[in-house]
Design a protein around this ligand. Structure first.
Ligand SMILES: [Zn+2]
Length: 293
């Protein structure tokens, strides 16, 4: 892979997404179009890079897996719910403002939008860091989070594989508090663009490098270790967008001398079908059973 593409792909796609977002807003396309379009462009670019420069051939999803992921992820758990969630977030924001349910004075609404977005990202990532860490360390939360760790390969489409209970807890921490604090729609929209594009990259099967940014951003090189089958490796790099909280709390992990090996859960027969994944967290130890029951 060309070194310019290797190091340039992530910043290029992210900056392009942000530029498109700003351009659409300035041309009065409305906040929804200005948010969704850059996210879709980002997804297409990440998928294209994956196709051209795969990190690992074994992580290619076969046609059947891809079809299953496309149906489950796009229609049931992935793109559509994300778009719905964004719409609900915008509507809720308007309702809270209209009914004076906002906690006034706590959020620096007078700051420039990019600065407010950065503040939101740092705080949201701090909250998400502890939720994610507890999801790995507390058995009950882990049962639901294990669904996200079930895939044995990583590629951009499986970024949305979360159990609804796990996903619900995440939204409770990284969206609701900011709505109640009165964070503006423009800040939320900017956050969603960055969050979504980083999410696609985090799970991608592209041989992309972040270099020094691996100390700031929770990108694919760090996140692959988080999906390792070995618990001592996977209980690291909990960061959602940023990796700063992992650096602060001692869970940053990026071995330079070797590559991650097997991904997924110890139970290699953990169900992968959508309906089974909805109910399997209610079975104790399902992620660990190595023999078929
Ligand atoms: Zn995790």
């Amino acid at each position: 892979m060309n070194v310019v593409v290797q190091y340039g792909a992530y910043p290029f796609v992210l900056v392009l997404g942000i530029a498109l977002h700003v351009l659409l807003l300035e041309n009065h396309f409305g906040v929804h179009v200005a948010t969704y379009l850059p996210v879709i462009v980002g997804a297409v670019m990440v998928a294209g890079l994956e196709w051209t420069y795969p990190y690992r051939q074994q992580w290619w999803a076969d046609t059947q897996e891809m079809a299953q992921d496309a149906i489950f992820m796009a229609l049931i758990q992935g793109v559509v719910p994300k778009l719905v969630a964004v719409s609900v977030m915008f509507i809720l924001s308007q309702v809270l403002h209209a009914h004076d349910l906002i906690v006034e004075g706590w959020w620096p609404t007078h700051w420039p939008v990019p600065l407010q977005m950065l503040l939101m990202m740092v705080v949201a990532d701090g909250l998400r860091y502890w939720l994610h860490r507890w999801a790995h360390e507390w058995e009950l939360l882990w049962r639901f989070h294990a669904v996200h760790h079930a895939p044995q390969k990583l590629y951009w489409l499986n970024v949305g594989r979360f159990h609804p209970i796990d996903k619900g807890l995440q939204v409770l921490l990284d969206t609701l508090p900011f709505l109640l604090l009165g964070v503006g729609e423009d800040v939320l929209a900017f956050y969603v663009v960055c969050y979504a594009i980083n999410g696609f990259f985090q799970h991608c099967n592209i041989d992309v490098r972040l270099g020094i940014l691996n100390y700031v951003i929770s990108g694919p090189e760090l996140h692959r270790w988080h999906h390792s089958m070995i618990k001592q490796e996977s209980n690291h790099n909990y960061g959602n967008n940023l990796i700063i909280w992992d650096l602060l709390f001692g869970t940053w992990y990026l071995p330079s001398e070797r590559m991650v090996q097997e991904l997924g859960l110890v139970n290699r027969r953990y169900p992968s079908a959508f309906l089974q994944q909805m109910t399997v967290p209610f079975v104790s130890g399902a992620d660990k059973q190595t023999v078929e029951s």
